[in-house]
Write a protein that binds this ligand. Structure first.
Ligand code: GLN
Ligand code: ZN
Length: 761
């Protein structure tokens, strides 16, 4: 039995990958050094996997920024706005596409299926494609040299890649594929030529709702590809859900099919039972969860594999995690802050690979099941289940007592709006920001010193207060209408709250990539969540005391806290969401008591929690919206609740955000503004709304004129008295000069519009 991965995390145990690329961006290292160091990292990872006992490793799971962008670049899908940068596209062009430059906006970025990872959207402009330098060959050869087990190159498959490309209309897809498929074939051929046998093509798109036409397209694509490169043994791997059309996909003319037996377990098993599996094909089973951090119940895993073995007899069975381990941290081994009962019940990437090896050992050994090893895994899970942190009675009693009125504001929005206007006296088109200001080198150094114990609490807080005061002065100078304190005390919008709530644990190194080089370290929700003491009141009140303008209270919403954490797997997610909501409700109450009148509850991750299949959306949305409302609806009528969302396409999401009943929403839109305007025209949004007017993911400073254009377009679909002006998202990753400059242009644009509107009325 082969044990393998779909992909191993590229970031490194200590985020070495990220550090290197960021050094390169700052020109602190040369491209040669970057490439040489990255190579060392890849080889370390390969050797580690071999040592863990895998019988096959994967190459091509690495990236220079994003794996979709790698492919786009390989196929020369370089939008014309970057073409003038260089004659021969190099990393300069590549990173310009990823991050933008002073003159060009970056490519659009969006969520990778239902994960917290965001990829760069390839853009097809109709130009002829060609193959640029093929890194997949380099990576394969270097892997062959590094380990003496099988190496399987992997690429995102043509179906997923082309469906996620933008820029062509439906009827142009055939033309696009005509360009694309020969290039895929060339890449496969080049890999075969240097000795690759199995080649994995990742096709998560095949687990989403596919039309009849899409299924036919998959047949055309794979028939052509396999005909073009008959020597390649294609392992078509799918993940995140069960296959949509099991029979047709498993019968595509490829050598192997990979199935997710975690997220699509029930359906995939039922389909295997119903349709069988082509006996001449290899079946790769994703049997340990590649997206969570919990140790598997090895008995259950072994039984799943055995169940498959009784149903079908493929040519061979491979065991692998359910998806690429890119969504899972690297190893539990370096964690020193966790209590034993919790640590024992965890498994990150390395431990998950160990589980695969163990399970394959059991299944193949004659004494299976080895009772001690299997029961040891179950005992560890059981111990956490019985831990005191999971038996908080005050939380379960409060949840049981909830009534319908706890989820509703007492006065409808139209009436609230008038009362809030009277209370807040904001100008037309109020300007504000999303909450965070740059986490400068200084801010980070203070935090590091404080964590080391070199700064005591009082000294640290004094420094943060001074930074808040400095930014209040800057905001007043820029002339923003609603101010924020800047979130300098927060490294991360979820971690900060988790550290102050009961039920959360924190790791030292459990990083996963969110986009590009940006990594997040999600907290672990292992116990019942409970509010212990005010979390944001001190900073917000301090800031409010130092300005005559309104200071916005800033909280992270319950659904985002849930979706950006690793969540206990012994309770349904809606119950955990309600626990968090109750805790936030108390915090909002505390802010209100302290005189804060505008409170923003960020839910950037609301959309990303959506199940992949649309049939399951409503059930999720019902409890997610309830959680937001449970947290926010107890406030006074004149207290204005804001929310903020980013990284998502809102075009089909107006109904859910309307259901939140938030007074104002700010949306990230600058990378796909036009589409949203269009859908707002069709589906007006009845609450206050600020469409982000500039992209904060790029250091570029847009001109006031550019923002005016966006504002005017937006004003065509949003009533003036509902209209807010703000950047796309928080500014913590930006530098101060570009932040101040951009905000000045933004306020200038808002004021001009205000003047114009007031004059014409
Ligand atoms: N308030 C947060 C900030 O400004 C929101 C971040 C986000 O939406 N991702 O950083
Ligand atoms: Zn945001």
């Amino acid at each position: 039995m082969i044990t393998t991965t779909i992909g191993y995390p590229y970031i490194g145990e200590n985020r070495e990958w990220k550090r290197l690329v960021e050094k390169f961006w700052k020109q602190a290292i040369s491209e040669d050094t970057l490439q040489a160091e990255w190579k060392k990292l890849r080889i370390t990872h390969l050797k580690k996997q071999q040592k863990l006992g895998l019988t096959q490793v994967t190459s091509g799971d690495f990236t220079m920024y994003d794996r979709m962008l790698d492919l786009a670049f390989l196929f020369n899908l370089i939008p014309s706005r970057y073409r003038s940068l260089e004659d021969v596209p190099s990393l300069t062009t590549y990173y310009a596409m990823a991050r933008g430059t002073t003159d060009t906006v970056a490519c659009e970025m969006t969520k990778w299926f239902n994960t917290n990872y965001h990829y760069i959207v390839p853009e097809y402009e109709g130009a002829t494609l060609k193959l640029n330098h093929n890194h997949y060959v380099d990576w394969f050869l270097e892997a062959k040299e590094a380990v003496d087990i099988d190496v399987k190159p992997t690429l995102i498959g043509p179906m997923t890649f082309s469906k996620l490309t933008k820029g062509y209309r439906d009827k142009e897809l055939a033309h696009y594929l005509l360009e694309l498929l020969p290039l895929y074939a060339q890449v496969l051929q080049q890999l075969v030529d240097v000795g690759a046998e199995w080649i994995q093509l990742e096709e998560p798109i095949l687990t989403t709702a596919l039309s009849e036409e899409d299924c036919r397209l998959a047949e055309v694509i794979y028939t052509q590809l396999v005909e073009a490169v008959p020597q390649a043994k294609v392992m078509l791997t799918t993940y995140f859900e069960a296959l949509t059309d099991f029979e047709r996909i498993t019968n595509l003319p490829v050598a192997g099919i990979g199935l997710d037996l975690i997220h699509g377990k029930k359906e995939n098993l039922a389909a295997l039972r119903q349709h069988g599996f082509p006996p001449q094909k290899t079946l790769a089973l994703g049997v340990v969860n590649g997206r969570d951090i919990w140790a598997s119940n090895l008995q259950e895993v072994a039984q799943d594999v055995q169940a498959v073995q009784t149903l079908v007899s493929p040519q061979a069975i491979w065991l692998q995690p359910s998806c690429s381990l890119q969504h899972c941290p690297v190893t539990v081994a370096n964690e020193t802050m966790l209590f034993d009962t919790l640590k024992d019940a965890l498994a990150f990437s390395d431990e998950k690979l160990g589980e695969l090896v163990e399970v394959s050992g059991y299944i193949e050994s004659s004494e299976w099941p080895t009772p001690t090893a299997v029961s040891a895994s179950m005992k560890r899970i059981e111990a956490l289940k019985n831990h005191a942190s999971r038996q908080n009675e005050s939380v379960s009693t409060a949840l049981a007592k909830l009534e319908e009125k706890d989820f509703k504001r007492t006065v409808p929005f139209t009436e609230r709006l008038a009362l809030q206007q009277q209370a807040l006296h904001l100008p037309l088109f109020p300007t504000t920001t999303i909450g965070s200001f740059p986490q400068s080198k200084e801010v980070r150094s203070w935090r590091a010193a404080w964590r080391r114990g070199d700064l005591d609490d009082a000294a640290y807080e004094a420094k943060l207060d001074a930074e808040t005061l400095r930014w209040i002065a800057l905001q007043e100078e820029i002339d923003l209408d609603v101010l924020v304190h800047g979130e300098f005390e927060r490294t991360d919008m979820v971690e900060y709250f988790g550290e102050k709530l009961a039920g959360f644990a924190f790791t030292k190194f459990a990083w996963v990539v969110s986009y590009g080089s940006r990594c997040v370290k999600p907290p672990i929700i292992y116990g019942d969540v409970d509010w212990l003491a005010p979390m944001t009141v001190k900073e917000t009140v301090f800031a409010q005391q130092h300005t005559d303008k309104w200071m916005k209270g800033m909280l992270t919403g319950p659904v985002t806290i849930l979706n950006w954490s690793f969540v206990r797997n012994d309770l349904p997610r809606d119950v955990v969401a309600a626990q968090i909501a109750l805790a936030l409700r108390k915090e909002i109450h505390a802010l209100e008591e302290a005189g804060i009148r505008i409170i923003q509850v960020d839910e950037p991750a609301l959309r990303e929690g959506l199940p992949l299949r649309q049939d399951n959306w409503q059930a999720y949305l019902n409890w997610a919206i309830d959680a937001f409302k449970l947290a926010t609806s107890s406030v006074n009528t004149t207290t204005q609740i804001h929310t903020h969302m980013c990284y998502c396409e809102f075009n089909d999401f107006i109904d859910p955000i309307t259901a939140l009943d938030a007074d104002v929403i700010s949306l990230e839109t600058s990378r796909s503004h036009g589409e949203l305007i269009h859908s707002l025209k069709e589906n007006p949004y009845p609450y206050g709304i600020g469409l982000g007017v500039y992209d904060i993911h790029s250091p570029r400073v847009p001109s006031a004129d550019e923002m005016t254009t966006i504002l005017e377009e937006s004003l065509a679909v949003i009533p003036a008295n509902h209209f807010w002006v703000n950047p796309d998202c928080g500014l913590k990753t930006r530098q101060e000069p570009e932040t101040v400059a951009s905000l000045k242009h933004m306020v200038e644009a808002a004021k001009a519009l205000r003047k114009k509107t007031l004059q014409t009325n």
